[in-house]
Every structure is written in structure tokens, then in C-alpha cells.
Design a protein around this ligand. Sequence first.
Ligand SMILES: CC(=O)SCCNC(=O)CCNC(=O)[C@H](O)C(C)(C)COP(=O)(O)OP(=O)(O)OC[C@H]1O[C@@H](n2cnc3c(N)ncnc32)[C@H](O)[C@@H]1OP(=O)(O)O
Length: 410
Amino acid sequence: MNTELRIPSVADWDAWLGCLELAFGGVPLTPESREMYATLSRPDRSLGHWDGSECVGTAGAYPFRVTVPGGAAVPAAGVTMVSVAATHRRQGLLTSMMRRQLDDVRSWGEPIAVLKASEPAIYGRFGYGAATPETALRIDTDRVRLALPPGTDRVRLRRASPGGALDACEAVYARLAAGRPGTPVRQPGWEKMPVNDPAAHREGGSPLICVLAERDGEVTGYVTYRVRPAWEEAGPRGTVAVRDLAALDPASYAALWRFLFGIDLTSAVECGNRPADDAVLQLVSDVRRCEVRLRDGLYVRLVDLPAALQARRYRAPVDVVLEVEDAFCPWNTGRWRLTGDAEGVASCRPTEDPADLVLSVRELGAAYLGGVSLSTLASAGLVREERPGAVAEAALAFSWDVAPWCPHEF
Ligand SMILES: CC(=O)SCCNC(=O)CCNC(=O)[C@H](O)C(C)(C)COP(=O)(O)OP(=O)(O)OC[C@H]1O[C@@H](n2cnc3c(N)ncnc32)[C@H](O)[C@@H]1OP(=O)(O)O
């Protein structure tokens, strides 16, 4: 196959986006989404495969910063808009784009690349590990009750227009992003994404509604949701579909959930993406009536392994030699001595010392944000222990007190 791989010019944008649309089923993007992507896209950080004048492959990489354990916001390539034309699939076009992109990311000095996959089977071969397990929830609000922490009744709730409340919501997001590994710091322009609400995407639901939680006149939380009304012989069976819910304190958090549970003419609350440690599951009276579906969230690829491992903090003191295999980015292959703890700057240097743990870069990516335990990976046979006790030591050090989560779409 004779295709040319190159950075698209601004004039290539329509053809480039057209390839992406077709690969995702051919439904044209709504004008709102098209305009948003046109503003956010970075042609200089994108790649296209061209077969003559036809664009047959696309990939992009936004310049993000992602919170890692310890609170640093690490430069990260946000890989996105990956597609290959149906006429050209399984001929290695994606592989060649991943090759070029990871070389580019390395040259940009971004220690990690992250993505959300359309299908989990695609990116492991390129060294991406599923790092932030997330849950999709559906709660039967006719039968489930909520326990409410002290102060819930003092939280004031106020409806606001999603666009008008953007600054207040973004301030809450920014404070939470700093404490939750896996969360991208919002880059300029991206605040529009959570309130992008094309009518074509509402699936019979209302336009997006925003409710703010306030304490002492300050916004302490928000929820955006839509209601999908439904009627049965026996009465109303509407669903509340939550897009985003965030709160700075337990009372505001509970007040928002209580509000969602009480919306008239509805009998269920659905959330497509919540963290694996979402506190609501500790408030519900009957967890069996909450459908909880585990999903893969953010995938992490260590591009510059020592820089990435040095950027995070470790929950307990650690001193281990990791023997890492990385066939796709061979500069990471080798033995690395990692030392670090909760406070100081970690060190990760090449070493000739014998290995304590043997693993691939994919497993290291999965464990990087503290959401997947090295012990679990060892139990699965994906991490090999060469020094007794090394798995337990490293698993504790890599773990974190909050589960990593990526509430940011891209
Ligand atoms: C971050 C994001 O943007 S996620 C969005 C990804 N895009 C999509 O899902 C859109 C629809 N799908 C597509 O456009 C294409 O099928 C792609 C991009 C997923 C794959 O592109 P291709 O050029 O066909 O991939 P390529 O030929 O390089 O395949 C490389 C390997 O991955 C495997 N592979 C590719 N796609 C898939 C898949 N969906 N599921 C499982 N394996 C896959 C191939 O079989 C091949 O395996 P091999 O090396 O063992 O032979």
C-alpha cells in the first residue's frame, strides 16, 4: 500500500475530518461539534495518511497536562481522533501512525501519552495500559434511599444555565483535578466540551440542565444532567441521565445526589462515567439495586519512562529494580532502579543490578496512576517477581489514596 503519512495542512482539515467521520460510521458531526473540534484541533500535532488526494487515516495529539499521584500535572499527549478508512484497514496504517506519533511525543518532551479507546483491544500492542478503571451506574431511585451526612440541609441548590455557570463549575473542576490522579487540567477552550449539547445527541432527553450547590454563597458543587421522560401503564418511569457531578465537600455531594434522586416522574439515575471509588455507593441503602458496570477509562503510555516515574510520588518508600520490556519504544527497554517516597523527588536511573520485578511497559502504564495494583498484575502472571517481597513493596508504593479517574472527554 503506497500511502503518504504527513502532517495535514489547514486546507486538509475537511478531508481529514471526513475520514474520521466515515470511520466512525459516517454520521456527520453536528455543526456545534464541528466548530468545537475546529477550534480545539491542533493540525501541527496531527497526522494524516493520504492515498493520492484521499485522506485514509487520521490521528491527533492534544497538549494536555494530567494529574499524577502527588499532585503534579504532567505534560501528556492526549491521543485522539484515530481512524483508518474501511477500505484501508488492517494494512498497518494505524501501526505506522502510532510509530510516528510516539516518536513525535518523545521529541515534544511529553513523558506520557493518554487516550480513551473506542475498543479496548486496539492499543495494548502499542504499550498503552488501562490505568483508570471507571464505573457506569444505574440506580433504582424508587427503591434506594440515601444516607445524608451532617450539613446536607444547609446546602442551597440553584438551577443555572450550563453556559452561564461555566466559570463556577470550572473552578470546582480545577480544584478537584489537582487531587485526583488521571484528571486532565482543563486547557483553554476545553471548558466548552462538558456543555456541548447538540440536539441530535439527546436521545429523547431534555437539553442539558445544570444545578449548582452553594454553601455560604460559594459554589461548592454542580451537576449537569438531562431527563429522559418515559411512561408506562403503571405510571411515570423517567430516567435522570447525569453527565457530570462534582462537589468539594460531602454535604454538597450528598445534596446533589439527593436532588437527583427526588426529581419528579423519574425512577432511575444513570451515570456513564464515575470513579471506581465513587462515594455514592457508600451512601445508598441497597447496593444490589445499583447496577455497577466496570469499564476501562484512561489508557496511559509511558513515553519517557524515567521522566514519567520521577514525576509522581510514591505512597511508601520504595527501592526496586524494574526490568522493563518495551518492543514499540525500545529506548524504555532495560533495567531501571526506582527509588522514591511520599514527599521527596523520586529517582529512576538505568542500572546493571539484577531485576526485582520483570514487566512490560503496558503493565507499568496500567499501574502508573495507582488504580491497578502491581499485586493484581502479578497474580495475573503479568508481573514476575525476582526478589521475594518486591511485588508487595512496589504495589504499596505505586498505590494511592484516591482512585485515579478521567472525567474529561476528548
Ligand atoms: C483514541 C481514539 O481515537 S480511539 C478511536 C479508534 N478508531 C476507531 O475505532 C474507528 C474505527 N476503526 C478504525 O478506524 C480502524 O479499524 C483502527 C484505527 C482501529 C485500526 O486501524 P488499522 O489500520 O486497521 O490497524 P493496523 O492495520 O495498523 O492494525 C494493527 C494491529 O491491530 C489490530 N487491530 C486493529 N484494530 C483492531 C480492533 N478494533 N480490535 C482488535 N484488534 C485490532 C490488527 O489486527 C493488527 O494486529 P496484528 O499486528 O496482530 O496484525
